[in-house]
Design a protein around this ligand. Structure first.
Ligand code: PGA
Length: 251
């Protein structure tokens, strides 16, 4: 794992966006694995800004997202499809027909998951996978478990994840309790992975992910076994500054 420490959230986003832009410049027909949540929002803002400056071309890109809430569709503002529209897809020239997420409106979980697995197989390997990390070490919605998951599957979200996601919902609004998510083994198939983390509340989990044992009880720890992972974290998220590469004005 390569570790990059940045001074703050803005520099973390810049370092991440720069890698995404380099990826699509190097290979215009890249498959990007995309993530939702609070952390990537600044990355998407920078990708949109680069596109508007004429410095990025998404016309040949294919995107696959990690997960989607069960029961929410594109018309629902809280769906991850809507998130991606709002933060990226609507503002760049990625062909809408080549942007993929699991179908949250498919109530038949076996079908929803099989369909996404088939889609991922037909697209081939993800060139660059963007990841966040949950406070309990989840990647995508792979919560701590007895074993690492393989393909797309339905998950019940942990109480902690539901609580963390509540901030995106209006008071009184129901936070979904189930999601369809790519499996850990699928995420591990990506050629390159960039994991971003910001803020002191991610400090403990980052430490466990990078230095602790590889265990499905800390799903992100599996990334220790991947040959090309870059962790970009801001100073607040890194307790241990030793042996880190500073970038983007890192202190
Ligand atoms: P966050 O979520 O970026 O909103 O903190 C991270 C995650 O759950 O993967």
């Amino acid at each position: 794992m390569q570790l990059i420490r940045t001074a703050d959230y803005a520099a973390m986003c810049a370092a991440c966006a720069q890698r995404v832009l380099a990826q699509i410049a190097r290979k215009p027909a890249s498959v990007l694995g995309l993530a939702t949540g609070g952390t990537p929002q600044g990355v998407y803002r920078l990708l949109v800004a680069a596109y508007r400056r004429g410095e990025a071309d998404f016309s040949q890109v294919t995107s696959v997202n990690l997960d989607e809430y069960v029961g929410l569709g594109p018309a629902d503002a809280q769906s991850y499809r809507a998130y991606m529209q709002q933060h990226l897809f609507a503002h760049v020239n990625i062909p809408p027909a080549r942007t993929f997420l699991p179908d949250g409106l498919e109530q038949d979980a076996a079908k929803a998951c099989a369909d996404y697995d088939a889609l991922l197989a037909s697209i081939g390997r993800v060139d660059l996978q963007l990841l966040g990390i949950g406070h309990n070490g989840h990647i995508a919605f792979n919560e701590p478990a007895e074993a690492f998951s393989t393909g797309t599957h339905q998950v019940r979200l942990s109480a902690r994840t539901i609580a963390a996601n509540r901030r995106f919902f209006a008071p009184g609004e129901q936070v979904p309790t189930r999601a369809y998510t790519m499996g850990v083994a699928q995420i591990m198939r990506a050629r390159r992975i960039v994991l971003i983390a910001s803020g002191a509340d991610k400090r403990q989990v980052l430490q466990q992910m990078m230095r602790g044992p590889v265990t499905p009880r800390m799903p992100a720890s599996v990334l220790q076994l991947h040959p090309d992972v870059t962790v970009i974290a801001d100073a607040a998220a890194l307790a241990d500054a030793a042996a880190l590469v500073d970038e983007g004005g890192g202190a």
